[in-house]
Design a protein around this ligand. Structure first.
Ligand SMILES: [Zn+2]
Length: 398
């Protein structure tokens, strides 16, 4: 079954060779059409050259962008931390320890409760134009609870991440070494079959440099690829370690120096900024402008989690990246789509060219600039994944 989408005022492909202007990285085609065959894009180009199709859909002057790729999300949890947010906004500083309250609630929850919460969050993401999501464990912190977390993640995405090294659980507070051994031993063995990635929260109050190296090296030996929480609260050397271990991504990056940026720029490790986490912890924003200017590949993700960034809106993150991190709207859109795909080492998503997966969002706007220009406004009128709609905003009476 082939479907031709026409009436696209602005089509963002993220393939510069398709750009009808100055060869911008966004690969923009104006007055465009896009042909879907099955789950994949079969053709993109100007509407007046579009091929025939069995079905046609007129988008009536809207904008079509690659679906957002949210490459950093913690969606397997129970409980609520609104009180902690309220206290933090009243002046209590953020530390990594708040994770413990979510751990207790998650351990007490049934599989059905965890799955229900996961599905609600994925529904929110679909409504906000997300078509690929990475999902981490990290609120179980026992062998059984981490294994069920990555297995629940694997039910909904191939991008499942083992984050047993999220924080040292209370019962191991004075036996840190034993917990590190558990994570890199039996817990890893139980979680690796359902995981593509291994992640460590390397920071003050979480895991130190040597612990992080030991855990990531064990993960690599088990066939997983590293990604990291790095330099959110302070410089730990985690970025250099990530580059050395060929991590796919180092995430947060609030504290960086020139050597960190040089190392990233000459590697294939992506720097993922998480502006909603900076917003929700009232922290200084990561300097994505400086990263871009240094030649680092930058991604934007939600860091959706109940403690420090409880949003599923990539559009909100993108608006913050433009306003607070000084990216252009084009750079931010690229980072939230193609950048996320790079951080997941994917070339079939985050781009709309023949052969790529037909994953995209339709914006009720004449250009992609509106995502940042109209913050907080739900502009996504449709989301398509694998060539089929997964969300439609429905008819509005005007
Ligand atoms: Zn995170």
């Amino acid at each position: 079954m082939s479907t031709l989408l026409t009436g696209i005022a602005t089509l963002v492909t993220n393939d510069p060779t398709l750009d009808d202007g100055d060869g911008s990285p966004l690969g923009v085609i104006t007055d465009a059409a896009l042909l879907i065959d099955g789950e994949a894009v079969a053709w993109v180009g100007p509407k007046n050259k579009s091929p025939d199709a069995e079905k046609r859909v007129d988008l009536d002057g809207r904008t079509l962008i690659p679906g957002f790729v949210d490459s950093h999300a913690h969606l397997i949890f129970a409980g609520d931390r609104a009180g902690e947010f309220e206290a933090r906004m009243a002046g209590i500083p953020y530390s990594a320890g708040g994770i413990a309250s979510t751990v207790a609630a998650t351990r007490a929850a049934s599989d059905a409760q965890l799955r229900d919460r996961l599905q609600r969050l994925l529904g929110e993401m679909a409504a906000s134009g997300v078509t690929t999501v990475e999902v981490k464990s990290g609120y179980g912190l026992t062998i059984a609870d981490e294994a069920r977390s990555v297995s629940l993640a694997r039910e909904v995405t191939v991008e499942s991440t083992f984050l047993g090294a999220h924080v040292v659980p209370a019962e191991y507070a004075d036996r840190r070494d034993a917990y590190v051994d558990l994570v890199r031993g039996d817990m890893l063995a139980a979680c690796a079959p359902s995981s593509r990635w291994i992640d460590v929260f390397c920071d003050r109050g979480a895991f130190d440099f040597d612990e992080t190296r030991a855990i990531l090296e064990a993960g690599i030996a088990a066939g997983l690829t590293p990604r990291m929480h790095a330099h959110q609260l302070e410089r730990t050397g985690a970025i250099g370690l990530g580059v050395e271990l060929r991590a796919a991504s180092v995430d947060h990056c609030n504290h960086v120096d020139d050597a960190d940026l040089d190392a990233l720029a000459s590697s294939d490790t992506v720097a993922t900024v998480l502006p909603a986490a900076d917003f929700s912890t009232r922290s200084n924003y990561a300097d994505a402008r400086r990263m871009f200017d240094a030649g680092v590949t930058v991604a934007i993700a939600t860091d959706c989690n109940p403690g420090t960034s409880f949003t599923t809106s990539m559009a909100f993150c993108l608006a913050l990246a433009v306003r607070e991190m000084r990216l252009t709207p084009a750079e931010a859109l690229w980072a939230a789509t193609a950048g996320g795909a790079r951080s997941l080492r994917r070339d079939d998503v985050g781009v709309l060219r023949p052969g790529a997966r037909a994953d995209f969002a339709v914006l009720d706007a004449p250009s992609y600039v509106h995502v940042a220009y109209r913050p907080g406004v739900p502009l996504v009128s449709q989301t398509w994944r694998r060539g089929a709609p997964i969300h439609s905003a429905g008819a509005t009476v005007r």
